[in-house]
Design a protein. Structure first.
Length: 239
């Protein structure tokens, strides 16, 4: 969807006391929340007109274009207002990290529950996982924790202790079990074996200190390309 919109067709905005709107920026491919910034009507119009994200700096009191200095630009693919028309959602194709620290997202600091949390509130546990991260990232983080701080009875720590060959043997076993499950045509087995294979693939990535994000980036780079291009790249790597 093109973000372009005539000013006359833009819905009426509900601005705050400073004449601004909070803007939530979301990765169009992964759905991850990348950052929060503020937009003036002018910066919103320029964003819709150009397809690049423009915001309003409350400290400098001026417009700024995301990535103008860092090169970490955003191509806006869609824009929407919430039900109260006082918040903007931008879906973007992010180049490199969105955060000024270089991270993929600005939301990387978890909030822990208070130590004196009452027993009654324990029935409704607080989810500590960073909500913008896909589940695979969270599983990978646990895997890396077991690698760096081995636990005596941990299955994952045992795999790392056994070395690369032991991990790769598990990959072969799980791939074979998935093939058999598919041959049998049993959906429940296929799902279970796929989960096992994905899990052990994360262990392989962890062994090589590779985060799932590098795989996401590779898939995103290939997305929409003809299969022949991927085959050519594979041949080149093996030459």
């Amino acid at each position: 969807m093109s973000p372009q919109m005539n000013k006359s067709r833009r819905p009426k905005l509900k601005l705050d006391a400073q004449g601004l709107l909070p803007a939530i920026v979301q990765d169009a491919k992964t759905g991850a929340v990348l950052m929060l910034a503020y937009m003036s009507p002018e910066s919103l119009d320029r964003t819709l007109r150009t397809g690049s994200s423009y915001f309003w700096s409350r400290s400098r009191r001026s417009l700024w274009r995301k990535g103008a200095q860092s090169g970490h630009t955003q191509r806006v693919t869609a824009a929407a207002l919430d039900c109260d028309r006082d918040t903007v959602l931008l879906q973007v194709e992010q180049k490199n990290g969105a955060c000024h620290t270089g991270r993929y997202s600005c939301f990387f600091t978890p909030i822990t529950p208070p130590a004196d949390r009452s027993a009654s509130s324990a029935a409704s546990p607080i989810i500590l996982a960073e909500p913008w991260r896909p589940l695979l990232d969270r599983v990978w983080a646990v895997v890396m924790g077991r690698k760096r701080r081995p636990k005596r009875h941990s299955y994952v720590s045992g795999l790392f202790a056994g070395g690369r060959d032991r991990i790769l043997k598990k990959i072969t076993e799980e791939a074979g079990e998935l093939v058999i499950a598919s041959k049998n045509g049993r959906a429940k087995e296929i799902v279970a074996e796929t989960a096992d294979l994905w899990f052990h693939t994360l262990v392989v990535l962890g062994y090589h200190d590779l985060a799932p994000q590098v795989v996401y980036d590779e898939l995103a780079r290939r997305f929409g390309q003809p299969p022949r291009a991927a085959i050519k790249r594979k041949k080149k790597r093996h030459e």
